[in-house]
Ligand binder design. Structure first.
Ligand SMILES: Nc1ncnc2c1ncn2[C@@H]1O[C@H](COP(=O)(O)OP(=O)(O)OP(=O)(O)O)[C@@H](O)[C@H]1O
Length: 277
């Protein structure tokens, strides 16, 4: 895939891709001894790419993306963004969780403003922060609901606020941990379409966990399919050839769509079926 900026030279002088997950393993200490979750995972992601990560519950998807967000550190290996090793969380890698994580006593606009003012304190003085908040709420279609608190917003609206808040910080990487998992099917499809539109406009690099093969096939450039844990790794990567911009109805009419869908189903439910399936 074409990168949007020139790759930075790595320590060895070779061109380094935008985001590099370089041989990472993760072992959690537990009362029963060390628990190896991830085993020697490597992945290179181009700037502006949309990656979906799929795998059975508990295989280590969140653990893997925690290593990119910086919430977790690998036991061995390294994750690098633009050649810089990730050692801690930062506003260049924003995470949107399934549970929205909004402060309930603040309005939608205040939730976004808090993040903007914390990360860009200098913007508050000249009024630019308010403009950023307004434009990002407008981007997700929530201008009218800016003054509402989370309790008066639907699940889909709350997730829109979370996405607006994340993108208002102009991250290089947007990390989505099953963002639409709690939404009804119609709202889910609406938000998938909005996410694609926003991604296409912002060209932010997206790493998204999903349990839905159809969601992954609709959104992603590549689908990373993980094996079961313990010591999970990347079993296979599907490179999707579907043209963009994508229309769901058109996609559903493509015979290749079902080839990829069946391939992913076979991976998850036959080759790497859970013991209880
Ligand atoms: N801090 C921790 N200490 C010990 N074990 C952990 C810790 N965090 C996660 N685990 C274990 O690591 C494994 C992977 O967890 P993780 O949340 O990364 O999986 P997942 O694929 O994202 O799961 P799901 O799809 O259910 O969200 C699980 O067995 C989990 O119980």
């Amino acid at each position: 895939m074409q990168t949007l900026t020139s790759p930075q030279p790595s320590a060895t002088g070779a061109a380094e891709p935008f985001l590099v997950i370089d041989g990472v393993s993760k072992v959690y200490p537990t009362p029963n001894g060390p628990y190896p979750v991830l085993d020697n995972i490597s992945l290179e992601v181009a700037e502006g790419e949309f990656i979906c990560v799929i795998g059975h519950s508990g295989c280590g998807k969140s653990t893997l993306l925690d290593l990119v967000s910086g919430f977790g550190q690998p036991t061995s290996g390294e994750v690098r963004l633009e050649s810089v090793p990730i050692r801690e969380p930062g506003p260049d890698r924003m995470v949107v969780f399934q549970n929205y994580s909004l402060l309930p006593w603040m309005s939608a606009a205040e939730n976004v403003a808090l993040a903007v003012n914390t990360v860009f304190p200098h913007l508050k003085r000249n009024g630019d922060a308010s403009r950023i908040v307004e434009s990002h709420l407008a981007m997700v279609g929530l201008s009218e609901a800016a003054d509402k608190r989370p309790a008066s917003l639907s699940g889909g609206m709350k997730q829109r606020v979370s996405i607006a808040r994340a993108l208002a910080l102009q991250p290089k990487v947007l990390i989505l941990d099953e963002p639409f998992g709690a939404l009804d099917p119609i709202t889910k499809e609406e938000l998938q379409e909005e996410l694609l539109r926003i991604w296409q406009e912002h060209r932010v690099t997206v790493l998204m966990i999903t349990h839905s093969i159809d969601e992954a096939l609709f959104l992603a450039d590549r689908v990373v399919m993980m094996t079961n844990g313990p010591a999970a790794t990347i079993g296979e990567i599907l490179e999707l050839p579907f043209p963009r911009p994508r229309q769901r109805a058109q996609l559903m009419e493509m015979p290749e769509y079902y080839d990829y869908r069946n391939h992913a189903l076979d991976f998850l439910y036959r080759r790497f079926a859970h013991d209880d399936q």
